[in-house]
Design a protein around this ligand. Structure first.
Ligand code: FE
Ligand code: CA
Length: 512
């Protein structure tokens, strides 16, 4: 039965029942998490906001349906209205708003704003894709631990305002707060080692309430909000949006959480991810089989984008789970193990076959090319959470990429920038070159294994560049003939207003 309160809130008098205190009021301002846009296509884009007057306490909106007004303009001051309307939301989706704007012109910039009562959201800028565009610009980001650094990289990204931002995961970290001023000896050591600059809100997150509050904490960061407001994003999660190194329906620590507990946690995490991202698809909640579709294809100028999801359908890690691994072990050669699941692999191959674009950009989470950390291949020196743990499927994909125009693989996850040539036999540079891989460093997460990566570079002749010492992001610019990668680095990730520069630039036309 519908309660009277819910009925009243759902009626046309909704806006007068929602307490608002004008734009200047901090206490109940609902747009504390900013605005975002995503999934850019030639004629549509998704606009996002979430009403959260008390962002760290579940959001703080009253129960019931709320109507949010919006306006779309062709200028940054919002003078002329191109489209306007209202969109409904409620507590069922954490008062998040996902609005698919349609009937847009290709390759155009648009500005948008949401309104609730007298309150106005910040103004966001977005851009539709276009097959006619001669060039396209992309930022690639991953791994933004809130405690170990500021999000300065996003300030630079917002100023650049690329056509699109790819985020390939570890948007949040699920761990408990590490106190900046700890009192136990162990915590003091950790605070020093991690060089903490700020604290997570509370213990390790497991419930929908926890995940919402964690996203809200991250999204209240002004630099992150600016990057969301400056460009449309295309996102696919990795592991820390749920739990470190999870795979399919298996947590990293099956001794600490039962399969049922983990699958309930997974539903909460997928739901909260959806509530905070400008996504087209909402999660399909079906008990332990609940899923959120993230893999998808996009076309941007000369590039066909293939966005993968390498967590939700992956086979469990083997040979000791992570890094360094118990290597070699027989399970590694099992041809049924995969990063993507069978259906997604088939989908990818079909998309690659269909593509008629000069560049094919595969956007995904972990390092694709092999990385050898020691001379002898049978030492415990490989990372089983990356594609090195799934070599049979990787070879199938490399073989496929051999038939495709200019494949470029983009990766994140390892908190370390890297540029590789992908060869038919990936460790053997004498075999034909198939394509390129560029991995972004982390936005703010530390890279304790940086010196091990640097020390091993000479063992990896397919690797052109590594840098695990700096935080930042990757700029990509593509035209018909060339992909340019610029590795942007933050001088000091713990200092406000730190300088951000290009550490290295690579053009694929110079490498062929
Ligand atoms: Fe990470
Ligand atoms: Ca990760």
């Amino acid at each position: 039965m519908i309660s009277r309160r819910r009925f009243l809130i759902g009626s046309s008098s909704v806006l007068t029942l929602t307490p608002t205190f004008g734009r200047g009021s901090v206490r109940d301002y609902p747009f504390t998490l900013g605005v975002a846009s995503g999934c850019p296509r030639d004629h549509s884009v998704v606009l996002w906001t979430r009403l959260a007057p008390k962002p760290l306490q579940g959001g703080g909106m009253p129960m019931g349906i709320v109507e949010v007004r919006y306006r779309v303009s062709n200028d940054p001051t919002m003078k002329k209205t191109l489209q306007q309307g209202t969109v409904k939301t409620s507590e069922e989706k954490g008062h998040s708003v996902h609005l698919k704007l349609e009937n847009l012109e290709p390759g155009r910039e648009y500005w948008y704003q949401f309104y609730l009562g007298d309150d106005e959201s910040p103004i966001g800028r977005t851009r539709t894709s276009s097959s006619e565009d001669k060039t396209a610009t992309f930022a690639l980001a991953s791994c933004q631990h809130y405690e170990t650094g500021l999000f300065s990289a996003y300030r630079d990204m917002a100023e650049w305002a690329p056509d699109c931002v790819f985020h390939v995961g570890d948007y949040i970290y699920e761990g408990a707060a590490n106190p900046i001023n700890p009192c136990t000896e162990e915590a003091i050591k950790r605070a020093k080692r991690w060089q903490l600059v700020r604290e997570h809100n509370g213990p390790e997150i497991t419930t929908l309430w926890d995940y919402r509050n964690r996203y809200a904490q991250y999204r209240m960061d002004a630099d992150l909000q600016a990057a969301h407001a400056a460009s449309p994003w295309i996102v696919s999660m990795d592991d820390h949006e749920i739990d470190n190194n999870w795979a399919g329906d298996i947590p990293q620590d099956p001794w600490a959480q039962t399969p049922l507990e983990f699958s309930i946690r997974r539903i909460a995490a997928l739901q909260a991810f959806y509530e905070h991202m400008p996504l087209e698809h909402s999660p399909v909640i079906a008990g332990t089989r609940s899923t959120l579709q993230m893999h998808d294809s996009y076309q941007m100028g000369p590039a066909q984008i293939h966005l993968l999801d390498t967590r939700q359908y992956r086979s469990d890690q083997v040979c000791g789970q992570g890094f360094p691994a118990d290597f070699p072990c027989e399970d590694l050669q099992d041809p049924t193990r995969s990063m993507t699941g069978e259906a997604q692999e088939k989908w990818l191959f079909k998309q690659l076959e269909k593509s008629n674009k000069p560049f094919n950009v595969i956007v995904q989470q972990t390092w694709f090319s092999p990385y050898k950390y020691a001379e002898s291949t049978d030492q415990r020196q490989w990372n089983m959470d990356q594609w090195d743990g799934y070599p049979i499927q990787r070879q199938r994909i490399i073989d496929k990429l051999g038939d495709v125009s200019n494949p470029v693989v983009l990766s994140g996850d390892w908190h370390c920038a890297n540029a590789n040539q992908i060869h038919r036999a990936p460790m053997d540079t004498k075999t034909p070159m198939v394509g390129f891989e560029f991995a972004t460093t982390s936005i703010s997460s530390i890279c304790p294994w940086a010196s091990r990566v640097h020390d091993a570079q000479a063992l990896n002749p397919h690797v052109n560049y590594v840098n695990g010492d700096k935080r930042g992001y990757l700029r990509g610019t593509v035209d018909k003939q060339n992909w340019k990668s610029e590795f942007r680095v933050v001088e000091n990730v713990r200092a406000k207003d730190s300088k951000i520069t290009t550490d290295h630039e690579i053009n694929t036309r110079d490498l062929v």
